[in-house]
Design a protein. Structure first.
Length: 386
């Protein structure tokens, strides 16, 4: 047959990007895209973000229920041994070139943590839960330590008795955060803890399904999170706010983007058909912290952008829109926005890894082949010269 054989057209049933295709059952997270609901193991995530702590939500996602007081006390006590980085990991952080981005650094550093984990070769459930706890505590310390080293400062040790939100801000800035800032950051961590089968979580489950270790699975997730279409979106929002610079310039900027059919970061979602339910609480915290800092410019720009985009396109904001101005009001460097996403989502990634292992089957989808099928091989000497 001629090598000009016709290609078969793609099936109309194929889900590009696996859109709306269910690949597993899960008890971890429920998203109602029509009603705008986010549920962690039966509990409304917004209610948890208002009243709970990130550590308590981690317990819920890992163990399937909220802890009783004695259980939670023992759980927190188990964290104590992980509230430091291995000396070898800090040595690795010192070796990275200055040009290395924070996401590149945590991807490599997290992978290295497995070498010094006392449960490294143990794949039992208890050992895997201990690894999940260590990763959840140490990723914030990695990010803070690397940032301080980039700034010519020495890493700080966390303060025992305080949570992850408090200690990340302390080990990054070198001063204890006030209660308002800690509460806002704690809420942001909870609201980013899980979001069903987003790209990075799916990567973690695919890797886990091969029975690779938890460090390999989380490293896969971090590599996926690095992409601008996933975790990098909140940083893109911040860059947009900085480019606009003034609330009065927002309309012309956004309308020009829309006229040129350019994507506006912070809007739209593959699942939600309404405003992302996480937006309202983050918007309130962003407003409070901007006013507290005495500079509401970026928050006001964000509000103006939301008004214009919804008015013109009927596309609603997602979690990234107000995360940017919130993190800026806290004083967090823009290049840390995506790594901070990893602080939260490590809890979700490890929960999904453990769930995958509870009833594992290798994830191996098929591709619908649409290329030619009947070419005949012609020896190279006989082929016409091009």
């Amino acid at each position: 047959m001629s090598n000009a054989a016709e290609k078969e057209p793609p099936s109309q049933n194929i889900g590009l990007g696996l859109a709306d295709i269910t690949i597993c059952e899960s008890e971890i997270c429920y998203i109602d895209g029509d009603e705008g609901r986010l549920v962690y193991r039966g509990y409304d995530a917004i209610e948890l973000a208002r009243q709970s702590t990130f550590e308590e939500v981690a317990y819920l996602l890992w163990y399937g229920a909220l802890p009783r007081p004695t259980e939670f006390k023992a759980f927190l006590a188990g964290f104590t041994g992980s509230m430091s980085l291995p000396v070898e990991t800090v040595m690795i952080l010192r070796m990275f070139p200055k040009a290395a981005t924070p996401m590149e650094v945590i991807r490599t550093a997290v992978s290295s943590l497995g070498h010094w984990d006392p449960d490294s070769g143990n794949t039992g459930l208890d050992a895997s839960l201990r690894k999940a706890q260590r990763l959840t505590l140490r990723i914030p310390l990695l990010i803070a330590a690397h940032q301080r080293l980039r700034e010519g400062k020495e890493p700080l040790k966390p303060i025992p008795g305080h949570g992850i939100a408090f200690n990340f801000l302390y080990t990054l800035f070198g001063k204890e955060p006030d209660a308002i800032t800690e509460k806002a950051f704690n809420a942001a961590l909870i609201l980013h803890a899980d979001h069903e089968l987003n790209a990075s979580t799916f990567s973690a489950r695919v890797t886990a399904s091969t029975m690779a270790d938890i460090y390999s699975s989380v490293t896969s997730a971090i590599g996926t999170l690095k992409g601008p279409l996933h975790g990098g979106a909140n940083m893109e929002v911040m860059l947009m706010l900085q480019e606009i610079g003034d609330p009065g310039k927002a309309r012309a900027y956004i309308e020009n983007k829309l006229e040129n059919k350019e994507k506006i970061p912070g809007f739209g979602h593959r699942v939600y058909r309404c405003e992302d339910p996480r937006v309202d609480l983050l918007r309130n915290h962003a407003k409070t912290l901007a006013e507290k800092a005495g500079n509401s410019s970026y928050f006001e720009i964000t509000q103006e952008i939301q008004k214009i985009v919804v008015e013109r396109t009927k596309v609603f904001p997602n979690v990234d829109l107000y995360t940017a101005s919130l993190y800026h009001a806290i004083g967090l460097p823009t290049e840390l926005f995506t790594p901070i996403f990893a602080i939260s989502r490590t809890v979700g990634w490890t929960s999904h890894i453990l769930e995958q292992w509870s009833n594992n089957k290798l994830i191996r989808p098929r591709a619908e082949y649409i290329g030619p099928k009947s070419y005949c091989y012609i020896p190279i000497k006989e082929r016409a010269r091009g």
